[in-house]
Design a protein around this ligand. Structure first.
Ligand code: FAD
Length: 289
């Protein structure tokens, strides 16, 4: 089933993102996390794709088992930039064989260990090319990424929005945003996107801050999400008290989500970081379970 159908209803859709365990960890650990998350009744679970295809087999296997073993829709992330067109075709065909109906089509980042990575030498340069190729031959439901504060490589939000529109026009059914910690960025972004004619659902992606070490990494991964002073104060106050920090982070994310629900968002996508216990508390706090 195509995930975009879920967003046609009136009830906000809960979805969760998980990542495959690193290669030297057993795959089964992630299924334990998924089983713990099942009681929250997520409508779908998305599975990230390791940069450069490092988790390729695992992403497909996990996404496939989410559907087959638990009967939940899955959204397989796929990044194209380090792949050839032939490799992408093989992966898309594998996804079809595994019965996966939905992909999150991404360009991906340059490899962290290759400062001289040259995008111009790749067969794929932007996500819209992957969306075009996937759409041409296959019948996937297609999601893409959106950046409420602008993508890190783009000088202006208006330019980023122009390219976002290009992606959507290639056949995107819904968008999931990068994490943000101040909902005003999201609301302004949605207004601007709608004004440009982007009419598909734009689902907010929420990442709880559960420990202070995570903050720096999160800012890096998100491409520079702004940290509001309220959140910085919490990190300063509880930075050396792990339990209090975790509680404050859960409360902060819960407040962010409650506000989004008050504003009648169509759904909330939670970056779980494979932390089922904390995610369960957030989802129960906001009444989304
Ligand atoms: P694009 O949409 O191609 O945009 C990349 C940049 O190019 C932007 O600055 C854009 O403005 C610009 N651009 C786009 N089109 C054009 C054009 N035609 N001409 C000129 N410039 C253009 N990464 C992973 O490795 N694995 C994951 O599983 C993963 N999951 C993610 C999930 C979500 C919800 C999000 C928000 C991000 C995720 N990422 C993941 C990170 C993502 O791969 C990076 O942010 C990457 O740098 C951009 O990917 P994109 O698909 O948004 O790229």
């Amino acid at each position: 089933m195509k995930i975009c159908e879920f967003y046609k209803g009136d009830i906000p859709v809960l979805s969760l993102e998980i990542f495959p365990p690193k290669r030297d960890y057993p795959l089964e650990t992630v299924f334990q996390t998924i089983e713990e998350l099942l009681s929250l009744n997520p409508k779908f679970i998305s599975v990230t794709y390791g940069a450069g295809g490092s988790s390729r087999g695992r992403t497909v296997e996990i996404a496939s088992r989410i559907k087959k073993d638990y009967g939940i829709e899955s959204l397989a992330h796929l990044t194209c930039v380090s792949h050839t067109r032939r490799e992408v075709k093989e992966i898309l065909e594998q996804l079809v064989r595994e019965g996966i109906d939905n992909i999150l089509a991404l360009r991906g980042d340059p490899p962290e260990d290759d400062p001289h990575f040259d995008f111009s030498k790749q067969e794929y340069h932007y996500a819209y090319e992957l969306i075009r190729d996937a759409k041409k031959v296959y019948d996937f439901g297609i999601a893409a990424a959106a950046y409420p504060e602008g993508h890190r490589e783009c000088k202006r939000l208006s330019e980023d929005l122009k390219y976002l529109k290009q992606k959507v026009d290639e056949g995107v059914d819904f968008l999931i945003t990068q994490m943000f910690f101040d909902n005003r960025f999201y609301y302004d972004f949605v207004d601007k996107a709608v004004a440009m004619g982007i009419n598909c659902p734009i689902i907010p992606g929420i990442m709880p801050v559960l420990n202070p070490r995570q903050v720096r990494r999160m800012i890096y991964l998100s491409g520079g999400a702004s940290i509001p002073s309220k959140l910085l104060d919490l990190v300063e106050k509880y930075g050396h008290k792990p339990e209090e920090m975790e509680k404050a982070g859960i409360d902060y994310a819960s407040e962010q989500i409650s506000d989004l629900l008050d504003e009648k968002v169509k759904g909330v996508h939670l970056y779980t970081m494979n932390k089922s216990r904390q995610i369960e508390r957030i989802v129960k706090n906001v009444g989304l379970a």
